[in-house]
Design a protein around this ligand. Sequence first.
Ligand code: SAM
Length: 272
Amino acid sequence: MHDGKFPRGGPGAPWWDRLYETDRAEWIDFVDHPDPRLAERARRGLRELDRFQRASLAYRTFSRLALAEVGRPREPRILELGAGRGHLAERLLRDHPTAHVTVSDISPDSVRAFRAGPLGDHPRVTARVIDATAIDAPDRSWDLAVFTMSLHHLQPAQVRMVFREGTRAAHRLLVIDAWRNPAYLAVVPLLFLLGGTAAAHDGAISLRKAYHPSALRALAADCGAPVRLRCGFHPPGYLVACAHRGAPRASGDSAAATAQDRDRPDAGPSRT
Ligand SMILES: C[S@@+](CC[C@H](N)C(=O)[O-])C[C@H]1O[C@@H](n2cnc3c(N)ncnc32)[C@H](O)[C@@H]1O
Protein backbone atom coordinates (compact mmCIF):
# COMPACT_ATOMS: atom_id res chain seq x y z
CA MET A 1 0.00 0.00 0.00
CA HIS A 2 1.32 3.48 -0.85
CA ASP A 3 2.32 5.26 2.36
CA GLY A 4 0.41 8.41 1.45
CA LYS A 5 -2.70 6.25 1.77
CA PHE A 6 -1.61 4.03 4.65
CA PRO A 7 -4.38 4.52 7.23
CA ARG A 8 -3.36 4.93 10.85
CA GLY A 9 -6.39 2.89 11.78
CA GLY A 10 -4.77 -0.05 9.94
CA PRO A 11 -5.20 -1.52 6.46
CA GLY A 12 -8.84 -2.48 7.16
CA ALA A 13 -9.83 0.81 8.79
CA PRO A 14 -13.45 1.79 8.11
CA TRP A 15 -14.34 5.05 6.31
CA TRP A 16 -15.16 6.94 9.50
CA ASP A 17 -11.73 6.18 10.95
CA ARG A 18 -10.09 7.52 7.78
CA LEU A 19 -12.13 10.73 8.17
CA TYR A 20 -11.14 10.93 11.85
CA GLU A 21 -7.44 10.82 10.87
CA THR A 22 -5.67 14.15 10.37
CA ASP A 23 -2.49 15.47 8.72
CA ARG A 24 -2.34 18.59 10.89
CA ALA A 25 0.95 19.39 12.56
CA GLU A 26 1.31 19.61 16.32
CA TRP A 27 3.17 22.52 17.89
CA ILE A 28 5.77 20.03 19.11
CA ASP A 29 6.54 19.16 15.48
CA PHE A 30 8.29 22.54 15.12
CA VAL A 31 11.00 21.75 17.65
CA ASP A 32 14.32 23.32 16.52
CA HIS A 33 12.49 25.23 13.74
CA PRO A 34 14.53 28.17 12.34
CA ASP A 35 11.58 30.51 13.00
CA PRO A 36 12.04 31.40 16.68
CA ARG A 37 8.28 31.88 17.23
CA LEU A 38 7.54 28.34 16.03
CA ALA A 39 10.48 26.92 17.99
CA GLU A 40 9.17 28.63 21.15
CA ARG A 41 5.70 27.20 20.49
CA ALA A 42 7.24 23.74 20.27
CA ARG A 43 9.05 24.24 23.59
CA ARG A 44 5.77 25.32 25.14
CA GLY A 45 4.09 22.21 23.72
CA LEU A 46 6.78 20.03 25.31
CA ARG A 47 6.52 21.85 28.67
CA GLU A 48 2.74 21.45 28.78
CA LEU A 49 2.83 17.80 27.70
CA ASP A 50 5.39 17.22 30.44
CA ARG A 51 3.09 18.90 33.00
CA PHE A 52 0.21 16.67 31.92
CA GLN A 53 2.38 13.53 32.00
CA ARG A 54 3.54 14.32 35.55
CA ALA A 55 0.04 15.16 36.79
CA SER A 56 -1.39 11.98 35.26
CA LEU A 57 1.48 9.85 36.68
CA ALA A 58 2.37 8.80 33.15
CA TYR A 59 6.13 8.60 33.80
CA ARG A 60 5.54 6.25 36.72
CA THR A 61 3.42 4.00 34.46
CA PHE A 62 5.98 4.13 31.62
CA SER A 63 8.87 3.35 33.97
CA ARG A 64 7.05 0.32 35.40
CA LEU A 65 6.25 -0.97 31.92
CA ALA A 66 9.85 -0.45 30.77
CA LEU A 67 11.41 -2.15 33.80
CA ALA A 68 9.01 -5.08 33.48
CA GLU A 69 10.15 -5.48 29.88
CA VAL A 70 13.89 -5.15 30.48
CA GLY A 71 14.08 -8.33 32.55
CA ARG A 72 16.67 -8.98 35.23
CA PRO A 73 20.15 -7.99 34.06
CA ARG A 74 22.08 -6.59 37.04
CA GLU A 75 22.90 -3.34 35.25
CA PRO A 76 20.36 -3.00 32.45
CA ARG A 77 21.27 -0.69 29.57
CA ILE A 78 18.25 1.37 28.54
CA LEU A 79 17.97 3.75 25.60
CA GLU A 80 15.26 6.38 25.76
CA LEU A 81 14.42 7.69 22.28
CA GLY A 82 12.52 10.97 21.80
CA ALA A 83 12.95 11.79 25.48
CA GLY A 84 11.48 15.32 25.25
CA ARG A 85 12.14 16.86 28.68
CA GLY A 86 13.97 13.79 30.06
CA HIS A 87 11.65 13.05 32.97
CA LEU A 88 11.08 9.40 32.10
CA ALA A 89 14.86 8.89 32.15
CA GLU A 90 15.00 10.51 35.61
CA ARG A 91 12.22 8.22 36.79
CA LEU A 92 13.94 5.09 35.41
CA LEU A 93 17.14 6.00 37.26
CA ARG A 94 15.20 6.43 40.51
CA ASP A 95 13.21 3.22 40.05
CA HIS A 96 16.22 1.07 39.12
CA PRO A 97 19.33 1.89 41.16
CA THR A 98 21.79 0.15 38.81
CA ALA A 99 20.29 0.89 35.39
CA HIS A 100 22.38 2.81 32.86
CA VAL A 101 20.28 5.15 30.74
CA THR A 102 21.09 6.77 27.41
CA VAL A 103 18.72 9.70 27.19
CA SER A 104 18.29 10.88 23.60
CA ASP A 105 16.22 12.99 21.27
CA ILE A 106 16.42 14.04 17.64
CA SER A 107 16.43 17.65 18.85
CA PRO A 108 19.91 19.02 19.69
CA ASP A 109 18.15 21.67 21.83
CA SER A 110 16.58 18.97 24.01
CA VAL A 111 19.90 17.14 24.38
CA ARG A 112 21.61 20.39 25.40
CA ALA A 113 18.90 20.78 28.06
CA PHE A 114 19.49 17.19 29.35
CA ARG A 115 23.21 17.96 29.69
CA ALA A 116 22.53 21.24 31.48
CA GLY A 117 20.03 19.69 33.94
CA PRO A 118 20.13 16.98 36.64
CA LEU A 119 20.76 14.26 34.02
CA GLY A 120 23.93 16.05 32.87
CA ASP A 121 26.18 15.01 35.73
CA HIS A 122 24.45 11.75 36.66
CA PRO A 123 27.03 8.90 36.72
CA ARG A 124 24.66 6.42 35.03
CA VAL A 125 23.52 8.70 32.19
CA THR A 126 24.72 9.40 28.67
CA ALA A 127 22.93 12.13 26.69
CA ARG A 128 23.00 11.92 22.89
CA VAL A 129 21.29 13.19 19.78
CA ILE A 130 19.73 10.09 18.19
CA ASP A 131 17.25 9.78 15.37
CA ALA A 132 14.97 6.83 16.18
CA THR A 133 14.76 5.99 12.47
CA ALA A 134 18.56 5.73 12.02
CA ILE A 135 20.23 4.83 15.31
CA ASP A 136 23.95 5.46 15.14
CA ALA A 137 25.11 2.53 17.33
CA PRO A 138 26.24 -1.08 16.90
CA ASP A 139 23.75 -3.96 17.09
CA ARG A 140 22.51 -4.89 20.58
CA SER A 141 24.04 -1.83 22.27
CA TRP A 142 21.15 -1.72 24.76
CA ASP A 143 18.89 -4.24 26.51
CA LEU A 144 15.83 -2.07 25.90
CA ALA A 145 14.91 0.94 23.77
CA VAL A 146 11.87 2.94 24.91
CA PHE A 147 9.92 5.40 22.73
CA THR A 148 6.99 7.06 24.48
CA MET A 149 4.21 9.30 23.16
CA SER A 150 6.23 9.95 20.00
CA LEU A 151 5.46 7.32 17.36
CA HIS A 152 2.38 9.16 16.07
CA HIS A 153 4.67 12.08 15.10
CA LEU A 154 6.27 9.82 12.48
CA GLN A 155 5.03 8.89 9.02
CA PRO A 156 4.37 5.19 8.28
CA ALA A 157 7.68 4.78 6.40
CA GLN A 158 9.50 6.15 9.44
CA VAL A 159 7.61 3.80 11.76
CA ARG A 160 8.94 0.85 9.74
CA MET A 161 12.45 2.25 10.22
CA VAL A 162 11.90 2.60 13.98
CA PHE A 163 10.89 -1.06 14.21
CA ARG A 164 13.92 -2.12 12.18
CA GLU A 165 16.40 0.13 13.94
CA GLY A 166 15.01 -0.18 17.48
CA THR A 167 15.13 -4.00 17.36
CA ARG A 168 18.63 -3.94 15.86
CA ALA A 169 20.25 -1.52 18.32
CA ALA A 170 18.45 -2.98 21.37
CA HIS A 171 17.30 -6.47 22.30
CA ARG A 172 13.77 -5.15 22.73
CA LEU A 173 11.89 -2.05 21.66
CA LEU A 174 9.03 -0.77 23.79
CA VAL A 175 6.68 1.75 22.21
CA ILE A 176 4.02 3.48 24.28
CA ASP A 177 1.56 5.86 22.66
CA ALA A 178 -2.06 6.96 22.82
CA TRP A 179 -4.72 4.28 22.28
CA ARG A 180 -6.60 5.00 19.05
CA ASN A 181 -10.29 5.43 19.77
CA PRO A 182 -12.37 8.60 19.12
CA ALA A 183 -13.89 8.26 22.61
CA TYR A 184 -10.55 9.47 24.01
CA LEU A 185 -11.25 12.95 22.60
CA ALA A 186 -13.20 13.31 25.86
CA VAL A 187 -9.79 13.68 27.57
CA VAL A 188 -9.02 16.96 25.75
CA PRO A 189 -10.58 19.19 28.48
CA LEU A 190 -8.41 17.38 31.03
CA LEU A 191 -5.35 18.01 28.85
CA PHE A 192 -6.28 21.69 28.91
CA LEU A 193 -6.80 21.78 32.68
CA LEU A 194 -3.67 19.83 33.63
CA GLY A 195 -1.40 20.91 30.76
CA GLY A 196 -2.65 24.06 29.01
CA THR A 197 -3.69 25.27 25.55
CA ALA A 198 -0.77 23.67 23.74
CA ALA A 199 -1.32 20.34 25.47
CA ALA A 200 -5.00 20.37 24.47
CA HIS A 201 -4.17 21.39 20.87
CA ASP A 202 -1.43 18.80 20.40
CA GLY A 203 -3.31 16.16 22.38
CA ALA A 204 -6.39 16.35 20.13
CA ILE A 205 -4.18 15.97 17.06
CA SER A 206 -2.14 13.15 18.65
CA LEU A 207 -5.28 11.14 19.33
CA ARG A 208 -6.25 11.41 15.67
CA LYS A 209 -2.75 10.49 14.49
CA ALA A 210 -2.21 7.57 16.87
CA TYR A 211 -1.59 4.21 15.20
CA HIS A 212 -4.03 1.36 15.78
CA PRO A 213 -2.40 -1.98 16.72
CA SER A 214 -3.37 -3.41 13.33
CA ALA A 215 -1.47 -0.56 11.61
CA LEU A 216 1.62 -1.27 13.72
CA ARG A 217 1.42 -4.98 12.96
CA ALA A 218 1.22 -4.27 9.21
CA LEU A 219 4.18 -1.86 9.41
CA ALA A 220 6.29 -4.20 11.55
CA ALA A 221 5.59 -7.10 9.19
CA ASP A 222 6.80 -4.94 6.29
CA CYS A 223 9.82 -3.29 7.95
CA GLY A 224 12.51 -5.32 6.21
CA ALA A 225 13.58 -7.29 9.29
CA PRO A 226 12.06 -10.30 11.07
CA VAL A 227 10.34 -8.33 13.82
CA ARG A 228 7.89 -9.88 16.24
CA LEU A 229 5.38 -7.54 17.79
CA ARG A 230 3.08 -7.80 20.78
CA CYS A 231 0.48 -5.03 21.16
CA GLY A 232 -1.97 -4.38 23.95
CA PHE A 233 -4.02 -1.81 25.80
CA HIS A 234 -2.84 -0.40 29.12
CA PRO A 235 -5.13 1.72 31.29
CA PRO A 236 -6.08 4.50 31.27
CA GLY A 237 -5.49 4.89 27.52
CA TYR A 238 -2.13 3.66 26.27
CA LEU A 239 -1.10 1.47 23.40
CA VAL A 240 1.85 -0.65 24.52
CA ALA A 241 3.81 -2.38 21.75
CA CYS A 242 6.85 -4.53 22.37
CA ALA A 243 9.02 -5.60 19.44
CA HIS A 244 12.04 -7.82 19.07
CA ARG A 245 13.84 -9.78 16.37
CA GLY A 246 12.90 -13.39 15.77
CA ALA A 247 11.23 -15.69 13.28
CA PRO A 248 7.42 -15.49 13.39
CA ARG A 249 5.78 -18.41 15.20
CA ALA A 250 2.96 -20.39 13.60
CA SER A 251 0.60 -19.23 16.35
CA GLY A 252 2.59 -16.02 16.64
CA ASP A 253 2.32 -12.99 18.87
CA SER A 254 0.70 -10.95 16.13
CA ALA A 255 -2.13 -13.41 15.59
CA ALA A 256 -2.72 -13.67 19.32
CA ALA A 257 -2.71 -9.92 19.65
CA THR A 258 -5.13 -9.50 16.75
CA ALA A 259 -7.68 -11.67 18.48
CA GLN A 260 -6.99 -9.94 21.78
CA ASP A 261 -7.46 -6.45 20.29
CA ARG A 262 -10.57 -7.44 18.37
CA ASP A 263 -12.16 -8.92 21.46
CA ARG A 264 -11.56 -5.90 23.66
CA PRO A 265 -14.77 -4.07 24.58
CA ASP A 266 -13.00 -0.73 23.98
CA ALA A 267 -11.30 -1.89 20.79
CA GLY A 268 -10.64 0.74 18.12
CA PRO A 269 -12.23 0.69 14.68
CA SER A 270 -14.16 -2.47 13.96
CA ARG A 271 -13.16 -4.23 10.80
CA THR A 272 -15.59 -4.70 8.01
C1 SAM B 1 5.46 14.30 22.09
S1 SAM B 1 7.15 14.38 22.50
C2 SAM B 1 7.26 13.04 23.68
C3 SAM B 1 8.29 13.32 24.72
C4 SAM B 1 8.44 12.23 25.79
N1 SAM B 1 8.85 10.98 25.22
C5 SAM B 1 7.19 12.05 26.59
O1 SAM B 1 6.67 10.92 26.71
O2 SAM B 1 6.69 13.05 27.15
C6 SAM B 1 7.89 13.71 21.03
C7 SAM B 1 9.40 13.74 21.09
O3 SAM B 1 9.91 12.93 20.02
C8 SAM B 1 11.02 13.58 19.45
N2 SAM B 1 11.20 13.04 18.09
C9 SAM B 1 10.48 13.32 16.98
N3 SAM B 1 10.95 12.62 15.94
C10 SAM B 1 11.98 11.87 16.41
C11 SAM B 1 12.87 10.94 15.81
N4 SAM B 1 12.82 10.63 14.50
N5 SAM B 1 13.82 10.38 16.59
C12 SAM B 1 13.91 10.67 17.90
N6 SAM B 1 13.09 11.55 18.52
C13 SAM B 1 12.14 12.14 17.78
C14 SAM B 1 10.68 15.05 19.52
O4 SAM B 1 11.83 15.89 19.44
C15 SAM B 1 10.00 15.12 20.89
O5 SAM B 1 10.91 15.37 21.92
